[in-house]
Design a protein around this ligand. Sequence first.
Ligand code: PHE
Length: 457
Amino acid sequence: MISLQKQEVKREGFGTSLGVIAATLGSAVGLGNIWKFPYMTGENGGAAFIFVYLISTFLVGLPVMISEFIIGRRANRAAVGSFKKLAPGRPWYFTGIAGMVSAILIMAFYTTVAGWVFAYAFKAITGSLNVTDAESAKQAFNSLAGSVWTPLIWQWLVLALASTIIIGGVRGGIERITKTLLPILFVLLLVCDIRALTLSGASEGLKFLFQPDFSKITGVTVLMALGLSFFKLSVGVGTMTTYGSYIGKNESLPGTAVKVMFSDIIVSILAGIAIFPAVFSFGLEPESGPPLLFFTIPMVFNAMPLGQVFLALFFILTSIATIGAMLSLLEVPVSYLHEEKNWNRKTATAASALVIAALGSTATLSSSVLADFKLFDKSMFDLMDFMSSNILMPAAGIFIALFAGYKLGPRVVYDEATNRGRLANRFFVSIYLFIVRFIAPLAIIIVLLSGLGIIKL
Ligand code: PHE
């Protein structure tokens, strides 16, 4: 008789190829494209920064994503469990734990910004976002972000929404929702792009996006670009390992990763096109940092024909974009508690949401009562962002690449990445292997050390 205990518990996974793309792309696309990418590009000199960002995406972000998929699908476990299963009794699983810590830190400040975005969408729809000049735009933002309860309540609402979907499970929650939302997001983004490109003076903005000035590049810029490519592709936090474990045996892992990467870059560029021409045609500075989106978009959109409608569309689209990313971040601790600690999904979600709400409140209050509270010279909001994107994610990235390249090694990697030889991608897989074994870990270490000022290049 077969012992029932020895049988693996059947895990839920994504149902279709389209579902795999929707969920993974839904995770990648988010505030990273519409909020972070534009303001970082604005602060760091435009096209030259984008160029460095693209290189780090090809050489580091993509290979790490493929590695995470391989690790997750091979182990058929969530992030921490995957390392435990593939390297039993060894400390590799700390990579998974570091990832989970980043996922929680990111989710803490992500829900702050998502809360602002939902609040702006609500204001735009109800017509109460009447901003006409730079002063009133700043005032509108500060009166939201600078107050205590309103942004907290929006943050908790957003978190409750993500939690409700997560409780619905991998297929009924994550896959179903991302499949519905992504097409809407694309259409809305294209509509906003057409509006932006038909503004007079749009060409200044396009120049800023596409004409590089390499004198703007420094060690710090490169570290920021690398951090952005981790953040953008949702790698180094266990998200893609966990999602990899939900991907069916017949899907192409490198193929999925490449599709997600290209689509994600396209969304970032489209978001840049929606924002910068407008910024320039209204004579604004692109360097206003994190609030760029909230200062410029309402002012710019309000001043053009049908502005109210486009303003509402823009913030609805951004709200939609935050959802897939938040689902994937929340899934990291939830799947850990569910699989490793045997908690049911509901309790695991509630517990994770509570921790995130507590930590996240400190990020939200960084714009009001905690504005003067600094750790390592940074506000709680900035600290969580910096710690995750610029330290923990790249550091985890090094170990993920080494794990795939050496611990799993070529045989397992070819097996997973070619679906046991059924895919005609051996050449591509050898390049990938070369990169994760020799290039990505070294590149990350150098960038990390020089960005932190430990070595001078
Ligand atoms: N990729 C998401 C974005 O760009 C953020 C994210 C980071 C999601 C890490 C999951 C994990 O908005």
